[in-house]
Design a protein around this ligand. Structure first.
Ligand SMILES: O=C(O)C(=O)C[C@]1(C(=O)O)C=C[C@@H](O)C=C1
Length: 366
């Protein structure tokens, strides 16, 4: 027998095994989907109209378990992503979810929504961040996804400001690695006269743009996807945007990964009418203000230290209400129902001029 024949036979044997495994997987996935249908039935019987099909804490603990018990050779993130999609499809059988995002189609916010909920979520493009809040408040969408901070450019202050007046709660967080590309119909960099992008993305690629397109006019627009749409109409224009926008608007990548900071990451928040029950590894976001006096903030935050709570972020914003100069957005580790967190929050509530729990939610798994 020649070597080619034995190789072919070996290949055929492994493929047969793969086919058999796929059939087993299919049978197991179908059985899992039927279990999700039973869960939906039990939930409906138990709670009637106010039933919560989507359970962020359950999803987070399933994904964590999968990552921890993953035997390889597939990477933990990769395996979790597969299970993310299986759960997304199972949930859609119970009831399809809708999520409003900062449009148009192809933005990083849409990518964040899909990363968090999986591809079975029905995404709805909105023109501005405040419209996302309104869409969820009115009940037209179940959830919204809004950008809150970028590792290079800092906080998205407009999002924080909207939390001051909104009754919505934070039910999840998503962290997305952001890779920016220079997208255009032009053949070369020398043809580019104008670059469109969102102001944050222009800032995240400032050094690259200064070095490679020093004479191009940089124009800030509402979103990266809008920039790609405009660049698709002008032969001498380019957009700084993600790969999804290139696909949607039919542009080529003239230069890839042009962000100045290779670990450039944006954190998004998922907003809804309720926050999440405890998942075992949670965060709580707070809105606080204190008396404008020496040591005011220090004594306001003292209960955190007393109860051994880690603060992962603090951001200040002008209050816009006159009586408080500043409000503080604070993230802490733990769920608001954990005994030490609950204790600290009771003390904070007594001492703060303004105290609002924006929500407790699972720490991002993916
Ligand atoms: O456990 C539940 O409550 C389910 O609805 C099942 C399931 C799943 O597929 O595992 C689906 C949707 C929920 O968001 C969480 C988990």
């Amino acid at each position: 027998m020649t070597k080619a024949t034995t190789d072919e036979e070996a290949l055929e044997a492994v493929r047969k095994r793969i086919d058999a495994i796929d059939q087993e997987l299919l049978a197991l996935i179908s059985e899992r989907a039927r279990c999700a249908q039973r869960v939906a039935h039990i939930k409906t019987e138990a709670s009637g109209h106010s039933v919560q099909f989507y359970r962020p804490e359950r999803e987070a603990s399933i994904l964590r378990r999968i990552k921890e018990s993953n035997p390889g050779p597939l990477d933990g993130e990769e395996v979790a992503r597969l299970f993310r999609e299986i759960m997304s499809a199972c949930l859609a059988l119970e009831r399809p979810l809708s999520a409003a995002f900062l449009g148009p189609e192809g933005t990083f916010t849409q990518a964040a929504a899909i990363k968090h909920f999986g591809h079975a979520v029905v995404t709805k493009a909105m023109g501005a961040i405040d419209e996302i809040f309104r869409e969820v408040e009115s009940g037209a969408c179940d959830f919204g996804v809004v950008p809150v901070e970028n590792s290079t450019e800092g906080v998205v202050s407009h999002t924080l400001d909207l939390f001051m007046a909104s009754p919505l709660m934070i039910t999840g967080e998503v962290c997305l690695r952001i890779h920016h590309h220079l997208l255009s119909h032009a053949e070369s960099l020398s043809a580019i006269r104008t670059v469109y992008s969102h102001q944050q993305s222009l800032a995240q690629c400032r050094e690259w743009l200064d070095r490679n397109l020093p004479t191009a006019e940089l124009i800030a627009v509402g979103s990266n996807a809008e920039a790609a749409r405009l660049a698709a109409q002008e032969p001498e224009a380019a957009a700084v945007a993600g790969a999804q926008a290139a696909e949607i608007y039919g542009l080529s990548e003239l230069a890839e990964r042009i962000e100045d900071e290779p670990s450039n990451t944006t954190r998004f928040l998922v907003i809804g009418k309720q926050d999440s029950p405890p998942s075992g590894q949670d965060k709580t976001s707070l809105l606080l203000s204190c008396k404008n006096e020496a040591g005011g903030l220090h004594s306001l935050l003292a209960p955190m230290a007393v109860h051994g709570i880690s603060m992962t972020r603090i951001e200040s914003r002008p209050s816009r209400r006159g009586i408080w100069d500043y409000v503080f957005f604070v993230d802490i580790l733990g769920h608001r129902s954990d005994p030490n967190v609950a204790h600290a929050l009771r003390n904070l509530d007594k001492d703060a001029l303004l105290f609002k729990v924006l929500g407790s939610y699972p720490i991002a798994v993916l």
